[in-house]
Design a protein around this ligand. Sequence first.
Ligand code: ATP
Ligand code: MG
Length: 466
Amino acid sequence: MITKFIKRILRHDPMVRHTAAHNTGAPKRIPKKAHHIDQHLLSKNAVKVTHTLQQAGYEAFIVGGAVRDLALGISPKDFDVATNATPEQVQKLFRKARLIGRRFQIVHVTFFGKGAPEIIEVSTFRALLENAGEHVAENGRILRDNVWGSQHEDAARRDFSINAMYYDPASETVLDYHGGMADMQNKVLRMIGDPAKRYREDPIRMLRAIRFAAKTGFDLDAATRAPIAQLGQLIHDVPAARLFDEILKLLMSGYAWAAIQGLRDAGLHHGLLPLLDHVLDSDPASKEANEFVRIALANTDQRIQSGKSVSAGFLFATLLWPDLLLNWKSNIAKGMANIPALHEAMDETITTQSNGMVIQRRFENDMREIWSMQPRFERRVGRYPYRLIESIRFRAGYDFMLLRCATGEQNPALGEWWTSFIAADPVAQEALMVGAKNDTSNTISTTKRRRRRKAKPAMPTEGATD
Ligand code: ATP
Ligand code: MG
C-alpha cells in the first residue's frame, strides 16, 4: 500500500521529486496537489489545536511522525503539534491542558469523545544545540532542552528528514525543511545533520532508525547507517526505562519481525534483551526457539496491522516462552513436581531476562498469569475446564495455547478441543470431556503429572492483584 502511494506521488508530482534541500534555512512549501494528504485521516482534535493556536496569533503545525504517516497514506496513531507559543501560553488556551516533563517540557491537551480520550502533544519550537550552551554534557548528550528556538531550528533538531515535515491544516501546505518528501519518494531514511554526532547526542536514534526502516520498508541512507557499527554500544548508556520503552515500541510497531532482523543486520541486538540474543542466534540448537518466536511475532505483527490490540504482557510471554520451557524441563529433571517446577522456572526466566532491562511489573504479572495457565489446559475433566474458562485472563491464556499449537510445540488437537469446548452447549461439553479422558496425546514433554497419583491443583497466579 505504501509503495502504491509513493508511486502515485512520483507520477503526479515533478515538483516534489526534485526537492533536495537537506539543510537549508528556507523550507520547501508543498501544496495540497503535491503531497496528497487525505484530510479524512486527520485528527479533528489536532486540527482544533492548530486552529486555536493560530487564532491566538501563534504559528502551529501538525508535525513529526503524523505528517510522515499521512504522506504515506497511513492513519497516524497519534498527533503532535509544534508551535512558537511557549508551554505556558499554550496551556492558557485550552481547558484540559497539562504541562509535562522537565527535559522536554510539552503540553498535553486532552479531548474527551466517544472512545478513549485523545491527547494531542504540543511542543514549542526548540533551539539548536549550538545555541543551548550549558545544556549539553561533555559527551555530547543533551541534558536540558527547554531552550526555545525558530521553526527552522526545530526542524534541524528532529531525527530523520521524513520526520521533519510540518503540516498546516488551514492552508493544507507541508513545510519540508530537509527534503523529507523527496526522501520518501526515494524510499530513503536519512538522518538530519551529521549522523554520528546525532547518535552521540541521543543513542536511541539508532533504534529509531531500525524501527522506521522496518515500518516504511525504506533503506537507511549509507551515511545514516555507517556510524551505527562503531556507536552501537552507546545504547547501553541510555537509562533502562527509556530503552525499554523504545524496545516496546519496536516490538509493538506491527513490523517487529522485520525490525528484529534490522537490529541483527546492524549488530544492535546484543544485550538489548537477552531473549533477542537467543532469537537471533544462528546456532542450530536454538532453531526451534527461533521458529516459535518467529511465528509469535508474525502473529503479533498481523494483529497490530489489522488494528487488533496486543498486550505487551502477552508479547513478552511469547518471547520468553522458549527460555521458560528450558528452565521448566530442567527443574523437572532435577526432581521437582510439574507445577512448582513451572513456577520456579518463571522466576528464573524473569530474573535472567530482566538483567539490564526492566520488564515492568505490570507486564510481569500478565506473563505469569498466561504461563501458569498453560498446564491447566491439559486438564480436561471434572470442573477444571469450567474453572479455567472463568479466569479473568482466560482469553490471553487460550490465545497463547493456540500459538503453541500453531508452532507445533503443543499438540494442535488440544487447541481444537478447547475451541470446540468454548463454543459447545453443556451436553456437548460433557461429551467432549468424556472423549478427552482417553486422550493422552496432548501433554507437553515436561509434564509428568499424569503418572502421579494425585495431581496438585494449578497454583493461583502470583501478584495477580497488581
Ligand atoms: P511513532 O509515533 O510512529 O513512533 P514518531 O516519529 O511520531 O513515530 P515520536 O516519538 O512520537 O515518533 O516523536 C515525534 C517526533 O519528534 C518525531 O517524528 C521526530 O521529529 C521527533 N523526535 C522524537 N524522538 C526524537 C529523537 N530521539 N531525536 C530527534 N527527534 C526526535
Ligand atoms: Mg508519534
